[in-house]
Design a protein. Structure first.
Lengths: 339, 152
């Protein structure tokens, strides 16, 4: 019993600490990468090569005055950042970093929990985030914030459907909504049979996390910074943190669900034994996550922002048919090859 | 349909451009550590040349003081009883904060005591330190070329 409690405590600590620990270097890495792509250096003053830059920024943000604008809806204004940050951390409780590890006669799952409706759980939590954004924009009593949140609500609600549709294909093939089970089922990463679904998922994930080229809700050039213009100090830091935590979450999801997690390490298990295979699986998983993050940042450095009508056209006229095609492909595959 | 799939091709091309830039060296010159090489004719602050014995070359005629449009040069002299034809320069100061780097003083000097150096970094928190005395002016000439660019 105590052992169970301890395991749960450790796992929840990891689920909470991983995004907190990975996000600051991720922000630094993004700024460095963007810098290099734009022929400049990027932050390089604080700490070796500037790694501590995000930390310095965080300390600066914490020292800022906490302003609630006059005319703002005070309670909503205060609630909004929490509504955004809390779900993005809660979603980490089902993210599979690996499958089962057997060590010293004990089997430990390398995931905080194995919810049998994991996929639904994540989709549900990402939809809660929309409320945070809408509230932030509405409560700020600022036209820029309101426009940002309007765009965001339309965008996120539309793209959520595509996110769901692309995952339906995976769920059909795996026959399970549990994320570790989906990872276990992949003898071949689902990105190969379901490459249409993978494409839809990547596009929808970009839009869900408000990343370029779908960063309309916070388009600096048009809306100053969108739904969080009026936020200062640690409240602003909350928005920032949740955005990057979501980006990281999307990378973990795409690696687990479409790229097979630690694939192909589990296939090597009969040859090299359990522990080395599990170690390799972790390495592969993390590599995939970072490659995907790199791709995210690379796209941001390359593509200009979509226009609003282009964004909606792309969602409803391109991704929706593709998403449905993905479901059809998955069904056919399930009845033939995966039967 | 508002979207054409062949438009993915330019996106791929764009991605390849940004990737190529990623592997290229940044063009940034990291200023305090790296310095940009100056042009040979770069005109910085006015400096004072030395005589072979190390004293300033200035003879105290005051022509530069007269030529200066901003009145940033101040010279005080006294007569030398041993050699009544020669003046002794007791102080020579140049306010770099007021100097406009016009080089009129350099042209006015009959003994070529002044020259335009390539010194450009005068930043300070105290304006009074911008008034350079003769030793600092000679220093500028001495350092000429030694602080040259570190950038390969």
């Amino acid at each position: 019993m105590t052992e169970l409690v301890i395991t749960i405590l450790i796992k929840s600590a990891i689920a909470f600490v991983v995004p907190l620990l990975v996000v600051p270097p991720l922000i630094w890495g993004e700024r460095r990468l963007l810098g290099r792509i734009q022929s400049r250096v990027g932050p390089n003053r604080v700490g070796p090569m500037g790694v501590l830059q995000t930390l310095a920024d965080a300390v600066k943000l914490l020292g800022k005055e906490d302003i609630v604008p006059a005319g703002a809806d005070r309670s909503l204004f205060i609630l909004a950042p929490f509504l955004l940050l809390v779900p993005s951390f809660m979603a980490w409780s089902v993210v599979p970093i690996g499958t089962e590890l057997t060590i010293l006669g004990r089997t430990i799952g390398l995931y905080p929990t194995d919810v049998n409706v994991g996929v639904l759980y994540i989709l549900a939590l990402t939809s809660v985030a929309v409320y945070g954004i809408v509230m932030a924009g509405w409560a700020s009593n600022s036209k820029y914030a309101l426009l940002g949140s309007l765009r965001s609500s339309a965008q996120m609600i539309s793209y959520e459907i595509m996110l769901g549709l692309s995952l339906v294909g995976v769920v059909v093939l795996a026959g399970s909504l549990s994320l570790p089970e989906i990872v276990r089922q992949q003898q071949v990463p689902y990105a190969i049979p379901l490459f249409v679904g993978a494409f839809v998922f990547v596009c929808a994930a970009l839009a869900e996390t408000n990343r370029a080229p779908f960063d309309l809700p916070e388009a600096e050039t048009e809306l100053v910074s969108g739904y969080h213009v009026e936020y200062t100090g640690w409240r602003f830091a909350f928005f920032f943190l949740s955005e990057y935590a979501n980006m990281l979450l999307a990378s973990f999801l795409v690696s687990a669900v479409f790229l097979g997690g630690g694939w192909p390490a589990p296939l090597l298990e009969p040859m090299i034994g359990h522990l080395p295979a599990m170690f390799l699986a972790l390495v592969f998983m993390v590599t995939k996550v970072f490659l995907f993050l790199f791709f995210y940042i690379w796209l941001r450095a390359t593509l200009p922002r979509f226009r609003y009508d282009q964004l909606m056209n792309f969602c409803w006229k391109v991704l929706l048919p593709l998403g449905l095609l993905n479901v059809a492909i998955a069904t056919v595959l399930k009845l033939t090859i995966y039967a | 349909m508002g979207f054409r799939f062949d438009s993915l091709l330019p996106i791929a091309r764009g991605l390849s451009v940004t990737l190529r830039e990623f592997f290229r060296r940044p063009v940034t010159i990291r200023y305090p550590e790296q310095k940009r090489p100056l042009s040979d004719i770069y005109r910085g602050a006015v400096g004072m040349r030395r005589r072979p014995d190390g004293r300033p070359k200035c003879v105290g005629c005051g022509l530069c003081e007269t030529a200066c449009p901003n009145e940033c040069i101040t010279i005080t002299t006294e007569s030398n009883p041993a050699q009544p034809t020669e003046k002794v320069v007791t102080s020579y100061t140049l306010d770099v904060g007021r100097c406009l780097f016009c080089s009129l003083c350099v042209e006015a000097c009959p003994v070529e005591a002044l020259e335009m150096t390539n010194a450009y970094n005068f930043s300070t928190n105290d304006r009074s330190t911008l008034i350079y005395d003769v030793d600092r002016l000679m220093d500028l000439v001495d350092k000429q070329g030694k602080e040259a660019a570190t950038l390969e």
